[in-house]
Design a binder for this molecule. Sequence first.
Ligand code: C2E
Ligand code: CA
Ligand code: CA
Length: 702
Amino acid sequence: MQTLIEALQRTADLVVNDFYEELARLPKSRRILEMLSGEELAHLKTRQMQNLLALAQPSLTSQDRAEMAMRVGRIHAIVGLDKEELVRSRGILQELVDKQIGRNVSRQALSLYARRLIADTAWQLKAYQAVQDSQQEVLQRITRIVWEAGSYTHFIDQVIAALAAHDEVTACAIGRPDAAGIFHFEAGAGGRGRLSGSSADSGGGLLDALGAEGHVISVRADHLCGQGAVGRAWRSGKAERVVNYQTDPLVARWRDVAAREGLRSAVALPLAATGQPPIAILMLYSAWPGGFVGPDQVAFVELLQTLLGCAVARLQTHEGMPGAAVPVSVRQHWAALVRTGALQMHYQPLLNLATGRCGKVEALARLRDGERLLMPDEFLFALASDDLLELFARGLHQALADRRQWLAAGHDLAVSINLPPAALNDIRYFEAAREALQTYACPSAQLTLEVLETEAFSMNEGQGSILGKFRALGVLLAQDDLGSGHSGLARLRELPFDWIKIDREIAHLEGDTALDALRVVYQVTRLGHSLGKLVLAEGVDSADLLAALAILGVDGAQGYVIARPMPAAQLPGWIAADEAHEAHEAREAPGARESVLARLARFVVWEERLLMIAAVPGAARDLLKAAAFVANTPLAEALVGLGDVLPAGEAREALQRDLLRALLDGGRESDAWRAARDRLTSAIAATAHETRTPEPMPSHTH
Ligand code: C2E
Ligand code: CA
Ligand code: CA
């Protein structure tokens, strides 16, 4: 064997040089060699010589040789070397070795060496297969993540974790450009940053490096930093590759940082629904030149792109995505704020429309960041799932502590707090709630949890059962944002809510739609009541609307016209002022005419009664025959509500009769009914112009 080693030492460079010449004749191998810089090729040849010598070393165990071969095989798989050419090239290598040293070395040593070369090839193929298996596993894992995706931030964190665990991916990152076209990574892992071992978010080091000054990434073609893979992919909507950071002139400005981070090649994948412009970009980095270009790799990244594109598009349409990219460093900063006493709960009164009093407040999170008070719309989406749990637990503690203070000041207020959708799958939220109630000796019925579901989630057993546990604990449950697209009607029946909160978009009044908005609110309220639930309208921003809601029978209201969210200390003062104001109003109610909106609300209620009477045709015909429409008959009394809406007189009589007649003759689909109804509502609207008294004082602004 010693002679063999000596012979190899003399001739290894010849063997290797010849070998690479032969390799260059194999089409697929040539493609890979051409991607290397001169320096990289020289390095590769040196490694090959070392390997050839190592195979002959007696000190190396078969275990050592296996490990060495697996390492090389893995690289071959990652750079996409064709399997058949791999096997062929090993034959060529064997021939070259025989040719150079065959004459000087014993047959026995030569045959031993040949067996080791074959074993080496076999190990390489095994490692090759392992990489392919790992691709399949990653795709399966990501398919699951895609199905379960509820929020963008959580989704990208999970995708990054899955990809970073895959051998071929040395680093990966997802991000989006801002309005100026500057690209920000929102999640990432790998690179040298990984070695620093910050567990919360490994990609920090890498992403800081990539996003640092001087390494700005832009998606604009006219920007100096817009020609990288990210920028090109954003504009073309197609996968764009950096085959080798050291040789690709387009990415020269990122050459050094890539080298420092150990990144040699990359692919940028635009994520979008088919045929749509990109929403985000996924970057995959390889530690070897020519990653992500072999046929297996191309198929892999294409599948990945399709899977993730669909998911991101869905998250975007379901508002599960922050409006603007939040760089990883900012996310980390906010997550730290949640944990360091920067969380400040503010409280917005919920008005009980039956009593006119405020007996409950909704706790809303704010984050104090130096001079700024960050609002949930900014930071919420950017928090990872553990941050949200922390936010909930700390927010609840604060709210119950504040509740205790208010109680000491003589105000017994219930507290409502938001539960993120993840809480329905995560028992830790339940435990945090139980623990907090105990700590503050708060009766559980004084706590309401507002649940917002994402459509992506179907209510499975587990979610139902966690809600069931909350119920058994005795807290109240509210379905938040009904009608916003997050929460569906089907859940109303399935889930044990005590309250329904109608989203502010539903009661949003604009011009002609006011009447329809009132109808929807009225019907949802009836539906809620018939299911045994209480109903609250959110986002009430005018006194007129507040009055209209009370007429429609809505149980509660929340909105700026009542009060804006405020710090805990301001609440007792506000309540005292509100109660004084109420008492004052009650004493000298000005008897001012109701607003048009309030009268339209009365009409909506009246219309419903009319429809019910019309459903009994005999009764309706009797009513039409009566001398006066609003006469002193029990049936007509059911309709007196309209008496407050239009001034009494022949005109009103005629409008009402027309409406009922149209309904009886043509039904509610008929044009006649619609026309008669429009005449009546126009008459109501017109009274606003005739008898316009000064607007009644908004009763709850202070
Ligand atoms: P939400 O639960 O629907 O809370 C009501 C939001 O509407 C609050 O915004 C409130 O300030 C705002 N609002 C109240 N009245 C009016 C009005 O008359 N007009 C308008 N335009 N807006 C009104 P905020 O505090 O910015 O909270 C936004 C959302 O963030 C909340 O919507 C809730 O989904 C979420 N959120 C807030 N705090 C927390 C929290 O502690 N945990 C979780 N998981 N989510 C929270
Ligand atoms: Ca809420
Ligand atoms: Ca809400």
